[in-house]
Structure formats: C-alpha cells, structure tokens
Design a protein. Structure first.
Length: 436
C-alpha cells in the first residue's frame, strides 16, 4: 500500500526484515524441538541462536534468490553465512518451504489482527462518547432519503457502535481462525518430522497446530479472515456515507472538522468538502478487493500449488494496512465531528409537522375509522403540505372528517416530539448495557 494510506506499526509487520525474522525464529525453534527429540545434535540447535541479534541483509538474500530462484533456500543460505555451513546443516530438517511460509503468514495476520482490534477499540470509544453526548439530540430519520419520523443523533451513533461491536467480535473469531501453524513436512504427513516439532514451534509463535494440513495450511481460514476485513470495511463506508449526507449544504446537520488553514477547493474558496469520509468510501473498496481473491485461493490442486502465493503477497499487506489506516481515520472523524442540533430541528420542521402522520393514522384507527379511510384522510392532508407548503396540524384541524373522529386536543397531542424519544434509554441499555 502506498505510504499515503499506511501507518508505521502495521507496515512494519509486512516488511522483509520482519518476515525474515519470523522465518528465522521458526527455523530456530524447530531446531530446538529436533534436538529435544535427539534428531539433531544439541550444539547445532544452539548454534542457530547465534544469529538471534543478526539483522538479515535483505539485499543479500535477494542476490542469492536471483540465482536459486527460491526465496526460502536463499534465506537458508544467508543464515548459513552467519552461523557457519556445518552448524547450519540441520536447519530445515524434515521441513518444506510452506511450513515456514504459511506459519509466517499466519503469525503476521495475527499480529495485524491485534492492531486492528486496538483500532476498533479506539473507534468504539469515539462512537460511544458521541452517542451519549447526543442521546437526546433530535433529528429526522430518513428512509429512501426522504423524511420519515424523528429519531436522535445519539441513536445514529449507537447504531454504528453496535455494528462495529459485532465487527470486533467477528475479527476476534477471524484472528482465531488464522492462528494456526503447520510444520508437517512434504504433503503434510509428518513422514520426515515429528508432530512434536510442530507443537513446539506453534507454542513459541503463539499459534495452534493445524489439525490437518496438506503441504499448506487450508485457505478457508484465510478466506474467513479477509471476508471479515471486507465486512468491517463496508461498515466503515456505512458510517462515512451517513456523514457525507449530513454534510451536504442543503442538509448540514454535521460536518467534518475543518481546521485552520485548510482549503476545500483550488477553484472555489468557499468549499468545505467531506474529503475524509469520501476517502474512507474509497478505502473500503480497496479492502473489499481482497475478498474475492481470498475466496478463490481456497481451491488448490491436490496437496499444494502456489496459485495462492502471489495473491497473498499482495492482499495481506494491502488489506490490513488500508483497514488500519481507515479505522484510525474514521475514529478521528467521529471524535471531531461537528454537530448542528439547530439545523437538525430546522430540517425536521421543514414540512411543518408532516413527520407525525403515522401517529394521526393510528389515532384515527383507534377511534373507529377503518385503516383504509384513515390512510386516505391523513394522506389527503399530507399532500397539501408537500405540494402547497401548508401546515399539517392546521389542515387536520380544518378537516371535518378528521375532527369527527378526533378532538382538537387529541390532534394537538399527536404532535408531541417526546413521543418518539420515549424508548431511547431502553435502546441505549440494549446497546451499551444498563451501566452505560
């Protein structure tokens, strides 16, 4: 991923230096286990640890790979340059390249997931704070982009909080899914290496032994992981779209923080654009791009092919780095989002009481009017508001058929705004718990 959308901690996970360090640790721990089993001399296993403080030379490994055309062999050759050829002769004993590559990939994905989980905690904290801040800030709810009935800004934030909390649980599960390792040798039969070696290496690397591998770890695990990242990205876009709508000039119920010295347009000095949330919509697309290739990686030929390898070299760093950046950007947007309660009320009242139409409909049916007639009466008066700018309550009070069923005080009562917010505390308790 380009540096513009990358943060250093996540980027470091996917650096060649980190990858080779993990390769080294896997090989060294495997040597320890082999020595415990008496397969290789203890002194050879201990010699491998002489390189524990070595900074592996990426350029040198690339130079060797240019000749060998094999990345793992190039690394093992470079390792031998540090610890000596004789001391290194038992490194990689009974192992195959995928033992190193797949186990390393899963270590990296687990570490990436840990960063993403921390990112989600930051976002959840921001959403919860804004939800309670605006729990009772009334705004119009919309369906199909059209005014529906009153809700609150706090409920909007709470809805996004609940969605992201579900996503966090999904990510925890996805992390668990990929937290496996395989040191099972060619085609996964352990013919040339004891299963105890796998158990030892996985324990040291923070993984579980894969129950059954071929020459690779099953890719349904990775498909689950990247699909989860795709869902999280879609939820980010869900929040971003709402903010982009609220920032439209004719709506202006909220807007991204506009800092001193910030410019909105090279041509129009008045512009204050929702550039961060528009950017998040685009970044969500990039993360979702990884999902289909990850799904297609599940089907491999027999016990192994490498059709998945080139895909994962791209999607693993790109998807995790992009999502890390996006989660942090969204948390910042939520923390600084400027809310305009007065504009929310003004927008809701733009059509002069029209949003109370369902209350009147229900009151008429309870008063003995058939639903069909009640709907006709309410819609008849509602259309005058839409088309002629009339006041909905006044039209109802002037309608003889309506007043035949409802008294003026009963009609008046149907325009109480508090009616629509009476269960906000109940919803908040469901989302955040009784303690809040």
């Amino acid at each position: 991923m380009i540096p513009r959308y990358a943060r250093p901690e996540m980027t470091a996970i996917w650096s060649p230096e980190t990858k080779f360090r993990i390769w080294y640790e896997i090989e060294a721990h495997a040597c320890d286990a082999q020595a415990d089993l008496g397969v290789i001399p203890r002194e050879n296993a201990e010699a491998v640890w002489k390189a524990k403080d070595v900074e592996f030379d990426v350029a040198r490994i690339d130079e060797i790979e240019a000749v060998t055309k094999h990345d793992v062999i190039a690394f093992l050759t470079h390792l031998a340059e540090h610890i000596g050829s004789d001391e290194a002769r038992f490194v990689h004993q009974g192992m195959t390249s995928s033992d190193v590559l797949d186990t390393t990939l899963n270590v990296q994905l687990v570490r990436a997931a840990d960063i993403l989980l921390a990112d989600m905690d930051k976002l959840l904290t921001a959403l919860k704070k804004r939800a309670f801040e605006h729990k009772d800030t009334v705004r119009i709810g919309r369906s199909h982009g059209i005014h529906a009935e009153p809700t609150t800004m706090g409920l909007t934030f709470a809805r996004f909080y609940a969605e992201m909390e579900r996503n966090r649980k999904r990510l925890e599960r996805a992390r668990w899914e990929v937290a496996t390792g395989a040191i099972s040798g060619a085609v996964g039969t352990f013919a040339n290496i004891d299963p105890a070696v796998e158990e030892h290496v996985c324990a040291k690397m923070g993984l579980r032994p894969e129950a059954i591998s071929t020459q690779v770890i099953p890719r349904d695990r990775h498909a689950m992981f990247f699909a989860t990242l795709g869902v999280i990205a879609s939820s980010i876009e869900n929040v971003a779209i709402e903010i982009r709508h609220m920032q439209r000039t004719e709506v202006l119920e909220a807007e991204e923080f506009f800092s001193a010295g910030q410019k909105g347009s090279s041509a129009m000095p008045h512009k204050r654009n929702p550039v961060l949330t528009e950017n998040l919509t685009g970044l969500a697309r990039l993360v979702r791009m990884a999902v289909i290739p990850a799904m297609e990686n599940v089907a491999l030929w027999h016990e192994r092919d490498i059709s998945h390898s080139s895909v994962e070299r791209g999607i693993a760093p790109d998807a995790t780095i992009t999502l890390d950046f996006a989660l942090n950007r969204l948390a910042g947007v939520i923390e600084k989002l400027v809310i305009y309660p007065d504009n929310m009320l003004a927008n809701m009242n733009k059509f002069k009481g029209l949003v109370m139409s369902q209350r009147v409909l229900l009151a008429l049916t309870q008063a003995g009017v058939s639903r069909e007639d009640a709907y006709r009466l309410v819609q008849r008066n509602a259309m005058k508001v839409w088309e002629d700018g009339k006041d909905f309550k006044e039209e109802l009070l002037a309608d003889a058929e309506v007043t035949a069923a409802l008294s003026p005080s009963e009609i008046e009562e149907k325009f109480d705004l508090g009616y629509h917010t009476k269960h906000v505390d109940t919803i908040f308790a469901r989302v955040f718990g009784q303690a809040g």
